[in-house]
Write a protein that binds this ligand. Structure first.
Ligand code: B12
Ligand code: SF4
Ligand code: SF4
Length: 230
């Protein structure tokens, strides 16, 4: 099966609410699973989404309308499996696990991202709003996007507003993101602003136009609180 030009793949991804975040030729510096044939992958493409890009596609999908759990993961699996198969890739997903695939390490290897105090990686264009939805693997020589020339924004962000705005100080420079403090605060009231999106994440000046809407943020918060419930 031949693979489409990267431009076609990007168009097909966009039509389903996703985007190509980067890629690399796997080497010994980062673990990448073998292909189903037992061969080593020689190409990895990182597929993601931002707040506004995926929401309309997700809410129109049968997975969302069915009211069953995990609609985002089910929509992602169906649409990206189809797209990967049609273009000669084998997909792996961030929600497969535990153990989980090291998507954040793969993103750092693609370039353009930096580790943020929020726990999530921040991107020079998408800020802290890029979610990882799949990695497309192939045994063919890497012919994906050119290496990123820009770093992620955190090392040069001297103001770091994400560190000062959290009402319970759950985002810290030295300890990173304190999940339990955040969860306990959210549990105090459903009327908190945080339920419409993490204030610290929203304070990041990078990628503001890629933020989640209140509806999207609420959807993710529900899942987050469900996962970390005591
Ligand atoms: C388990 C999990 C959680 C758990 C625990 C998170 C934790 N810190 O341990 C809980 C439920 C708390 C959680 C919460 C959230 N998560 Co979460 N989570 C995951 C999941 C499924 C697995 C993480 C893991 O254990 N990976 C396995 C290790 C081996 O992979 P890894 O890439 O090496 O990851 C580690 C390294 O990046 C390392 N690391 C940190 N700094 C650095 C720096 C360098 C240089 C290197 C090399 C490594 C490194 O720390 C990571 C965790 O151990 C990932 C998806 C995935 N497959 O990665 C999402 C993921 C990390 N989560 C994500 C998100 C967005 C969130 C939430 C914001 C969800 C929300 N409400 O919207 C919250 C808040 C997270 C926060 N602020 O930290 C995104 C992050 C996207 C990004 N841009 O980075 C991911 C990638 C999911 C996705 N589909 O995009 N999450
Ligand atoms: S506010 Fe600055 S330090 Fe915080 S996530 Fe954004 S770029 Fe990184
Ligand atoms: S959701 Fe609210 S409590 Fe949790 S880290 Fe963000 S700002 Fe802090």
């Amino acid at each position: 099966m031949t693979r489409p030009a990267a431009a076609n793949l990007e168009q097909d991804l966009a039509a389903a609410g996703f985007l190509l975040l980067g890629g690399f030729a796997p080497d010994d510096s980062v673990a990448v699973p073998l292909l189903s044939s037992g061969k080593a992958a020689r190409s990895l493409l990182l597929i993601g989404s931002t707040g506004p890009s995926i929401w309309p596609h997700l809410t129109a999908s049968p997975e969302y309308r069915s009211g069953q759990p995990d609609p985002l993961d089910r929509y992602t699996r169906r649409s990206l499996l189809e797209l990967a198969e049609a273009s000669g890739y084998e997909p792996v997903f961030p929600f497969e696990g535990p153990p989980y695939y090291p998507f954040q390490q793969w993103a750092l290897k693609c370039g353009g991202f930096s580790q943020s105090p929020l726990g999530v990686l921040a991107h020079h264009t998408f800020g802290p709003w890029a979610g990882f939805r799949a990695a497309f693997l192939s045994a063919e020589t890497f012919d994906g996007p050119k290496p990123e020339t820009m770093d992620g924004p955190c090392p040069t962000c001297t103001d770091a507003p994400c560190l000062t705005i959290c009402p319970v100080g759950a985002v810290t420079l030295h300890e990173g993101y304190r999940v339990a403090d955040c969860r306990d605060h959210l549990a105090t009231s459903r009327d908190l602003d945080c339920w419409s999106g993490c204030l610290a994440r929203r304070a990041c000046p990078f990628g503001q136009e890629h933020q989640q809407s209140q509806a999207t943020a609420g959807f993710h918060m529900e899942i987050f609180v469900g996962l970390v419930a005591r």
